[in-house]
Design a protein around this ligand. Structure first.
Ligand code: NAP
Ligand code: MG
Length: 483
């Protein structure tokens, strides 16, 4: 089935082609066939979008001046409009990214929940009264930042766009959304939903385009007041540097190399199921993947056997191939990168317990076998670098201290998992982990209500929960002399 959804840029409430007429074509990674051709935003298009967002964010402009409850109702309508398109978005996301319909459904549901969650916050963003000396009234007001720029990666194109868009809009900001040029389609459904919900012109703008052109311009534009960037640590560092030239704030959601730590007293079946899901979901293309399995030596073989058994019985398929539980990786170049990492793992002396290549049964598509490496040490490339594919590195430990040391010995600090039935072990280890998120006896898990973000080179700032309300507002302090 061919693509029949939106293909234009969405700027200031209008669907428009790129100013130089450029387009680009995306590919279905499960078939290697072209899927859709969409407008490609130039720097001038990004400037138009930022200008529209800037006008819509000004003091006195409709969105900013709305009764907060009214803004909440708009966001409810926005969520309704997304929900009305759910089946179509799931189909499009599956074809554009390669993820299974099951996975795409989880993503769209998460967005609907997130938008509704923030719709409820619009009239609860409160300031404080500050007790100061003297005869004075001193209070704080939380104001929107203005224009927020959202730069989104290809692994969860729809879900990650909604994650930062919802709180930004709830706080009264306007937005320019730049999806990845690898997976630009689902972002256009935010434009369609904003249009249908009647959001004022300029509040939501969507500009698919190249990172090096449209993304770069958005990040360094002087009228962008905050950048929400989700992507690789390398690109994130450059984004932070360029935003700094205008002293623009950034939220960075970057890479990870998450450990799942399995203690001998754990429910080993549950641990194996969680560790399998935590690396093979979304074909391992997850910032918060549990890509390192740290397992106690006394249960190593038992846990590895169970994970391998699950890996070998994972049906491979995609959006057009019903019944698949793991899709292809997103593109030809990424396919090559992941296979190179597997080769490096072999060369550095790790053992392939299962997988390790391209599945025989597929004659098209960027599929990779679910791969488990044993005999991994934490200094190997496959234990240090984010592979961003279906590759699990198993490392043995002999006591709790060693497990914590290996877990924390990483440039990243996004999500860690702990598997144990002992309460003291669970909380003590959680306390010692240098990770922004720790999950005990399930992995991975997040909710619209819980803060999402990492320590160290996994980023800064937090999405989701009440913390995002602070990311997308700024504090004004007002002092009144009452004498
Ligand atoms: P990426 O290459 O860093 O790209 C992310 C986004 O930045 C894309 O929209 C990309 O556009 C754009 N971009 C590229 N160069 C740019 C530049 N010079 N200026 C401004 N924008 C630029 O990341 P990816 O490969 O798409 O995604 C995978 C990475 O995302 C992984 O490292 C993963 O861990 C991370 N991630 C983190 C989280 C989190 O919440 N912490 C969640 C998901 C993914 P183009 O694609 O068009 O080049
Ligand atoms: Mg694609």
């Amino acid at each position: 089935m061919s693509y029949t959804g939106p293909t234009d840029l969405y700027i200031d409430g209008e669907w428009t082609s790129a100013d130089d007429g450029e387009t680009f074509t995306t590919e279905d990674p499960a078939t290697e066939e072209p899927y859709a051709t969409v407008a490609e935003a130039s720097e001038a298009d990004v400037d138009r979008a930022v200008e529209a967002a800037h006008d819509a964010a000004e003091r006195g402009a409709e969105w900013r001046s709305l009764d907060p409850r009214e803004r909440g109702r708009f966001l409810e309508s926005f969520a309704d409009a997304i929900e009305d398109r759910k089946d179509e978005i799931v189909r499009v996301e599956s074809r554009d990214n390669g993820k299974t319909p099951f996975e795409a459904t989880l993503d769209v549901d998460m967005v609907i929940d997130t938008v509704r969650y923030y719709a409820g916050w619009t009239d609860k963003i409160e300031g404080d009264e500050v007790p100061v000396p003297g005869d004075r009234l001193n209070y704080t007001v939380r104001e929107p930042l203005g224009v927020t720029g959202h730069v989104i990666p290809w692994n969860y194109p729809f879900q990650l766009a909604g994650r930062s868009l919802a709180p930004a809009l709830a706080c009264g900001n306007t937005a320019v959304l730049k999806p990845s040029s690898t997976t630009p389609l689902s972002a256009l459904y935010y434009a369609a939903a904003a249009d249908e919900a009647g959001l004022p012109d300029g509040v939501v703008n969507v500009v698919p385009g190249r990172g090096s052109v449209a993304g770069n311009r958005l990040v360094e534009h002087p009228d962008v007041d905050h950048v929400a960037f989700t992507g690789s640590t390398g690109v994130g560092k450059g984004v932070m540097e360029r935003a700094a030239r205008n002293v623009t704030g950034v939220t960075l959601e970057l890479g990870g190399k998450g450990p799942n730590i399995v203690f001998p007293d754990a429910d080993l079946d549950a641990a194996a199921a969680g560790c399998h899901y935590g690396i093979f979901m979304n074909a391992g293309q997850m910032c918060w993947a549990g890509s390192r399995l740290l397992v106690h030596e006394s249960v190593h073989d038992e846990v590895v056997d169970r994970v391998v058994e699950r890996a070998e019985s994972t049906p491979l398929g995609s959006g057009i191939d019903d019944g698949g539980r793991m899709g292809p990786v997103v593109s030809e170049s990424h396919h090559e990168e992941v296979l190179e990492y597997i080769e490096t793992g072999r060369q550095e002396g790790a053992t392939v317990a299962t997988g390790g290549g391209v599945p025989d049964e597929k004659d098209a598509g960027y599929f990779i076998e679910p791969t488990v490496f044993t005999d991994v040490t934490n200094d190997m490339t496959i234990a240090r670098e984010e592979i961003f594919g279906p590759v699990l590195s198993v490392i043995e430990f002999s006591d709790r201290e060693e497990a914590i040391e290996i877990a924390n010995d990483s440039p990243y600090g996004l999500m860690a998992g702990i598997w144990t039935t002992d309460l003291e072990t669970a909380h003590s280890v959680a306390d010692y982990l240098d990770y922004g998120m720790v999950s005990i006896n399930e992995f991975p898990v997040t909710q619209p209500q819980t803060p999402f973000g990492g320590f160290k080179q996994s980023g800064n700032g937090r999405e989701q929960g009440t913390e995002a309300l602070h990311e997308y507002t700024q504090t004004k302090n007002v002092n009144v002399n009452l004498e």
